[in-house]
Design a protein around this ligand. Structure first.
Ligand code: CA
Ligand code: CA
Ligand code: ZN
Length: 390
């Protein structure tokens, strides 16, 4: 069963970011009522005093800088106790930008078009090229790219401004919170009220937890929500990417604190009419920005309850797409010519037949099966560095 990972034909727009930015003059966040009245960021990112706040963005401060001459420079500060961080630059939709380099406090230059090129994966897809989250360090061999102090990101862009936020990871990194949206699953009697005691869904959650336990990660708060009936009627059969984006765009901020918003949205729908089983909106996907077409993953429910094997298969698909959203690439891409950047995951250079591949049981093998559950230590490292693993 072929899993489709992040691809993109986006039509709809969630946040009109170009008009959502507050006026260009930086305002001290302490003077901005939406900060004072809003979120608790005490456990969140270090916010520079001169950052401004989006009127219609995430419920935490977001910085914006003006571009000039097709370029923009973003400065951000990393705290000494930070163990990893996600940098989220974005432009208006459907704008684009091209991140070039990050200069670290020691003067080291991270060349995003060289050794870190895989972090620009999303820019290949014009419809999601307006937002490209990057986690540092992105893999074990990149530990040296984490430094404390003032960093400078240089980007090229035709947009008049680039906005950004940084989420610093300082926690134990052992908990994943999920927000499940049930989309028209009456035939399975699966909804927010029944999920807690639903035998098949419970088995799937248990199997998913077992997969992530290999990386020292447990499922923390798991929220159950029903898609709006109109939304469910329109999108429970996901016909194309337009449907999926429209569906994921209906995600909501689960709270005002950063902690609550560091949770990953899972849309469980009846099926993809093209036979796909799951799609993730980024490798990695964006953390903490809900109400956005890029804010989560979509999974088919069509195999739930068929039998125990199919419940396990559904768990494997769910964990695979969560893995993408948390930063994991396929161990081997279909065809056997492209591989992840991790040393301890096997590479399959003789892809046909693919069931002979040395990575055929890995969670991130491109074909899901009943036994594609394994995670390696390097994959655990990538997962833990993501701020969505708290
Ligand atoms: Ca590898
Ligand atoms: Ca983490
Ligand atoms: Zn995949």
């Amino acid at each position: 069963m072929n899993l489709r990972s992040t691809l993109a034909i986006v039509i709809t727009l969630v946040m009109t970011i170009g008009t959502a930015c507050t006026p260009q003059e930086p305002e001290p966040t302490t003077n901005n009522p939406s900060v004072d009245a809003g979120p608790d960021t005490s456990d969140g990112p270090d916010i520079p005093d001169d950052w401004i706040v989006l009127d219609d963005g995430p419920p935490f401060p977001v910085g914006c800088v003006d571009s000039a001459g097709g370029e923009a420079t973003i400065e951000y500060e990393i705290h000494p106790s930070t163990t990893s961080y996600m940098l989220v630059p974005f432009t208006s939709f459907p704008g684009t930008y091209d991140p070039r380099t990050i200069t670290t406090p020691s003067g080291y230059v991270i060349d995003l078009h060289n050794e870190n090129l895989f972090q620009l994966y999303g820019l290949e897809y014009p419809e999601i090229a307006w937002i490209n989250p990057m986690v540092f360090p992105p893999a074990p061999n990149y530990d040296h790219q984490l430094e404390a102090g003032l960093h400078t990101l240089h980007v090229l862009t035709d947009d008049p401004r680039v906005c950004f936020y940084v989420i610093e990871d300082q926690g134990p990194s052992n908990t994943l919170d999920l927000n499940f949206y049930f989309v028209g699953l009456d035939a399975l009697d699966l909804n927010a009220a029944t999920a807690d005691t639903h035998p098949d869904f419970s088995a799937i959650l248990t199997a998913t937890a077992e997969i992530f336990a290999q990386a020292g990660i447990t499922l923390g708060e798991v929220r159950f929500l029903n898609a709006d009936p109109d939304v469910a009627a329109a999108y429970s059969n996901i016909r194309d990417y337009d449907d999926l984006y429209a569906l994921i765009e209906t995600s909501e901020y689960p709270g005002e604190s950063l902690t609550e918003n560091l949770s990953l949205n899972v849309f469980l729908a009846e099926r993809f009419t093209d036979g796909s089983v799951g799609v993730a909106m980024g490798i990695p996907g964006v953390a903490a920005m809900h109400e956005s077409l890029v804010a989560g993953i979509g999974i088919t429910a069509e195999y739930i309850g068929v039998d125990a094997d199919h419940n396990q298969f559904t768990a494997n698909v769910l964990a695979h797409e969560l893995g993408h959203f948390l930063g994991l690439f396929h161990t081997t891409e279909i065809g056997g010519a492209e591989f992840d950047n991790l040393d301890d995951t096997p590479e399959c250079t003789q892809f046909n037949p693919h069931f002979n591949c040395p990575d055929a049981q890995n969670l991130m093998f491109p074909y899901a099966d009943y036994d594609t559950t394994e995670l390696t230590p390097d994959q655990a490292y990538v997962l833990q560095k993501n701020p969505l693993i708290r």
